[in-house]
Design a protein around this ligand. Sequence first.
Ligand code: KG4
Ligand code: ZN
Length: 336
Amino acid sequence: MEQTLILAIESSCDETSAAIVKNGREVLSNIISSQIDIHKKFGGVVPEVASRNHVLNISTVVGEAMEEAGVSYDDLDAVAVTYGPGLIGALLVGVSYAKAVSSAKHLPLVAVNHIHGHIAANYITHPELEPPFVCLVASGGHSHILYVKDYAEFEILGRTRDDAAGEAFDKVARVIGLGYPGGPKIEALAKEGNPDAIRFPQVEFADTPYDFSFSGVKTSVINYLHTKEQKNEEFNRADLAASFQKAVVEALTRHTIRAAKDKGTDKVVLAGGVSANGALRASFEEATKKEGLGLFYPQPILCTDNAAMIGSAGFYKYLRKDFADSGLNAVANLKL
Ligand code: KG4
Ligand code: ZN
């Protein structure tokens, strides 16, 4: 088989990442420079600070990815880059760098949608996985249920009406004093708590049965906390974390399984930062087993933002010769 080597770049939020991916499925290197320690003291990602750090990091990160993979620019077949959605200043750093490499080395440029990248993380972890399947994409900025018909064909079945699932984790973590990023911290605290201690609401929409809403559960957590504080009553933070997590996980599972059954697919795929959550994975393991469906999710490092997933999604665009030109711009609110 002919070998295709892609240099991939991701800089849509607070991770500067570069990877070398072979034939869309094999990761030769995947360097991720996280800015979590920088943004932690602000309680969340500060866009200007993120852009500045991408500028400082990008050439080192790309250099390390090339070195670790043992490749030179002459070995590459294309450059793939995330061009949206994300923070505009952050995206622009990656897009500009990729355009420069593409132009200087006469390599085709492939523009990748970040969400398509999250889905493609599964093609790396599961080399046998092929569309069609139903996919839950749950990250800090997005919560969608998609029908992935083919590598480039996506049908939106459901979406959040307000907060993304990861955003709800981050906000609840902030109000209970856990800090940023909230998801992993809530997950760790929830392990010590009782998920049935507090009942939080789960919203259903009669007309759009696959849609989510997470702002209600977030507000309920805040109200619960304020009531306890006003009454000067003790409460168990671990129970609160576990009960909140249960409400979110149950809604994500129920809606996705419903979509998979209605679509008649035999494969359910998880993607995005929230798919690193152990309680979510356990809930899907149980539900898919009960329904006789196959379940796929990426290895933890490929759940959150990374360039390898962009290299995989980019490979399938490369095969279709779907190239961008030097006029490529970043699109902060790029749609699916
Ligand atoms: O996919 P990602 O790295 O970035 C976006 O594209 O948004 O997702 C980051 C989100 C954050 O909201 C983070 O709190 C959440 O994913 N997350 C988790 C876990 N790890 C990351 N949420 C729940 N449990 C986790 N273990
Ligand atoms: Zn992401």
